[in-house]
Design a protein around this ligand. Structure first.
Ligand SMILES: Cc1cc2nc3c(=O)[nH]c(=O)nc-3n(C[C@H](O)[C@H](O)[C@H](O)COP(=O)(O)OP(=O)(O)OC[C@H]3O[C@@H](n4cnc5c(N)ncnc54)[C@H](O)[C@@H]3O)c2cc1C
Length: 387
């Protein structure tokens, strides 16, 4: 029998002792559960995907799917806070200079730190080519100015990757590494989000933010972002898997106590059919995540991975995994919440929080309207007719 991954084993213990034990408030808008993040670092698995050459555990995306699904079973906000640094570390590992990678990835691994990505803007929305944040060069310095609408982990990030347009040529887009303590990198506010409250998402301003020119990543900024999204989209999908499993188990617990027509709900045929359907959907969701993760792991192992991903951009399997898991997860959450009757619409039942948490999977890193259009223009239209 294959041995269980060491991090996956440690994560299961962490979920049981820290997330499911009720010790921490994981739904607060006033405080972030920093002690939970610190407890996770003590497992030795923080930033588990960072390459071994920089002091990380070097785990691939396929095992990350299982790690994140376990974390999300315990709490989706904690899972999100703990894995979303992957988006910026992937961009750095693929397109940063050797000095930049050695400096920042090593420090992140050693300090169990966090990284963030600053892409979204209020005005541009998902049309990232309308990004208004600018970067200009003055000698050996890059200067960034602009406003970023949403960015998770920025308030305590060791570094952030900023997507910006060249101030000199509006058709040029860049990705720039900005250390978290750079003057001019300003957190405006933490958003009052409806779910994932164990993570912090912020509105950020870049005001005359100066970094060395060597902090520029090599390649087209929007394609660099797409290369990173190929990994984080799969883990957003895996979060939906973990949430769906938790919802299924919660339904089973409830059905043992609820009586319908003189028998426990768990013995009712309608209930059995619903739970069978949910379990089938969870299995397909998990398979889709694994398929996408395996493709990404195979590409990452190739010596030409950076160039390949700049050409390819978004991987279809990652987009499909996020869309499918977001949609299936949402159906499961809605169906399950109805099962709890009026009780399910109160704060006395955990199902309400799980519904709020599940909503994120279809919204972030591209809503479904945007991703449907991406699939159409990149994969449905014949190659010769693509613009
Ligand atoms: C909790 C949370 C964490 C986040 N973390 C980060 C982060 O770390 N870094 C970061 O950069 N961003 C982050 N985001 C931003 C997130 O990725 C975006 O909000 C999301 O991708 C949706 O983009 P948008 O807000 O620009 O809305 P839009 O994409 O502009 O969508 C608004 C509306 O316009 C419609 N629409 C848009 N484009 C089209 C189209 N082509 N065709 C038809 N309809 C369209 C949409 O369907 C929707 O109805 C986060 C957001 C949240 C809520």
């Amino acid at each position: 029998m294959p041995q269980e991954d060491d991090c996956l084993r440690a994560v299961k213990d962490f979920v049981r002792t820290e997330l499911l034990s009720g010790k921490h408030d994981l739904d607060s808008l006033t405080t972030l559960p920093m002690p939970v993040y610190e407890a996770f670092a003590e497992t030795g698995c923080a930033n588990w995907w960072l390459p071994k050459e920089y002091g990380g555990a070097g785990k691939g995306l396929e095992v990350s799917v299982d790690i994140v699904a376990e974390l999300a079973y315990g709490d989706a906000g904690v899972a999100f806070a703990l894995f979303i640094s992957l988006l910026s570390t992937t961009a750095l590992a693929l397109y940063g200079s050797d000095d930049l990678k050695t400096g920042y990835l090593t420090a992140l691994a050693a300090g169990n730190g966090f990284a963030a990505t600053l892409a979204s803007e209020h005005e541009a929305g998902s049309e990232l080519s309308r990004t208004a944040t600018t970067v200009r060069r003055e000698g050996d310095t890059l200067i960034l100015d602009g406003h970023k609408a949403f960015s998770t982990n920025t308030a305590f990030a060791h570094f952030v990757i900023v997507i910006a347009r060249s101030a000199d040529n509006e058709k040029d887009y860049h990705a720039v590494l900005v250390p978290g303590d750079t003057p001019g990198l300003l957190v405006d506010k933490r958003w009052n989000v409806i779910g994932l409250r164990a993570s912090g998402t912020y509105q950020v301003t870049l005001d005359n933010c100066r970094v060395p020119a060597a902090n520029l990543l090599e390649g087209h900024g929007l394609r660099i972002l797409e290369a990173g999204l190929n990994t984080s989209r799969v883990l957003i999908a895996a979060t939906a898997v973990g949430l769906a499993r938790r919802i299924r188990d919660l339904c089973m617990d409830y059905a043992k106590t609820k009586t319908v027509k003189g028998a426990p709900l768990a013995r009712n045929d309608v209930f059995a059919a619903k739970l069978g359907q949910i379990d089938m959907q969870i299995a397909v969701m998990h398979d889709q995540c694994r398929t996408a993760a395996r493709e990404q792991d195979e590409i990452a192992a190739r010596p030409d991975a950076p160039a390949h991903l700049l050409r390819q951009g978004a991987l279809k399997s990652a987009v499909v995994a996020k869309m499918f898991c977001g949609q299936a997860g949402w159906r499961i959450a809605c169906e399950a919440s109805e099962m709890f009757g009026g009780y399910g619409y109160t704060d006395e039942s955990p199902i309400g929080k799980l519904v709020r948490d599940m909503r994120f999977a279809s919204l972030i890193e591209g809503g479904d309207d945007v991703l449907r259009q991406l699939l159409y223009t990149r994969f449905v239209i014949p190659p010769a007719k693509r613009s």
